[in-house]
Design a protein around this ligand. Sequence first.
Ligand code: SF4
Ligand code: SF4
Length: 461
Amino acid sequence: MNKRRRPDLDTMYTINEDGSRNFLHPADVHGRWQVRKNLVWLTLLVVYLGLPFVRIGGYPAVHFNIGGRSAHLFGATFTNQDFHLFFFLLLGFGLTLFVVTSLWGRVWCGFACPQTVFMEGVFRRIERWIEGERVTRIRRNLGPMTGDKLGRKILKHGVFLGLAWLFAHVFIAYFMPMESLLDAVRRPPSEHMAAFVWGIAWTVVLYFDYAWFREQTCTIICPYGRLQSTLVDPDTVNIGYDEERGEPRGALNKTEGHCIDCLRCVQVCPTGIDIRNGLQMECIGCANCIDACDEIMDKVDQPRGLIRYDSEKGFAGGKRHLLRGRLIIYLAAFALGTAFFAWRASERTFFQVTSLRSQGLPFTFDAGGIRNLYTLHVQNKGDEVRTFLVAPGADAAVLGDDVEFIIPQGRIRLEGLSDARVPLFATMPREAYTAPVEFHITVTDSATGTVQRVQVRFRGP
Ligand code: SF4
Ligand code: SF4
């Protein structure tokens, strides 16, 4: 960290005046929030890395099959026909984030976001093990290249690359069946070029991110931080500095303020900001500064909490309200979305039938009769093999007794997550036709008896 320069509100501390990177070396910190965070991170690491290996109902717990246009989520199978449900799932995730941000600021960023969990919980930790704590790292980096320094750098980047490769393949396993992925990894790249290229591309991206780009992902690329100011209000609990108590800051016993201006809160900050400047877009809510300042307060025999979780109203000595307008709106939108999702999900069937437009004329003449061709698209949205029965609906009687139906595949067997096009011909004597008539074709799931009806129209000259 540049000693002559202090973080301010006008510049990004991680970028020098000449545009070069001011690479941060956050100091180690201990305290109650670190203990809680480590527990959450450990749990999430198991979840993020373990989900592709967990199987529910014979399928991975979370799996997106882009090519097959389907997804498995905790035992439920979704196909492209259920895309609108995915929209509501994403909306639900977004609204949950809104509610959480409105209540507790950027707790997601500091405690649960994969960028933070892997950066702070894995890569930064390894860096400290190999290159030492902050002061040692800075001293080593400024010093001349020695055998020891070179060895540590090679070891660190070797481990980083290995982990980036491993995590990249776990990430790909969310989109590619684990068996195929393991098989691809074992065989030469030329036999599975697409998977190989994806694997290398994600390894490079992750290595670049965790070895070098780091907090820049949060402060420059991620849009969530920029949304923060629109999602919080004076009742939101955020990490902040108690200015009333801390100012005027100064050396110990030389000022009435409790802040001794030791800069410890700045040294532990992974984004290099000074929380004493107020709520900032770069703050990822990691709570490092709380633990760091509590440590100092303990040493100078002052009460903890100069930096703490509190609302703007709380810092001003007022009372905080839990329920307020914006939260009620977010919760109402969330409830509406959830209700709609639950309703649509409950209406969901395990097969889908649609009528496809036939090419050419809507009818042809055949041995004195008028012939219509209908093509049905039958999609088995479930995981199991199903047999479907295709037949004209009861209302097809309106076409008259002389109509002849020909269904080349009246009984079709479909593998799980597969589909088929089924033709159906209807022929009516020419003299019987007077006007277009609408009727239904039914498709019945033979196992459950569930019927889907598709409306079609018999047309003539
Ligand atoms: S750690 Fe606490 S005392 Fe030290 S500079 Fe930060 S706010 Fe002031
Ligand atoms: S200001 Fe505090 S909470 Fe925010 S990122 Fe820095 S250390 Fe974490």
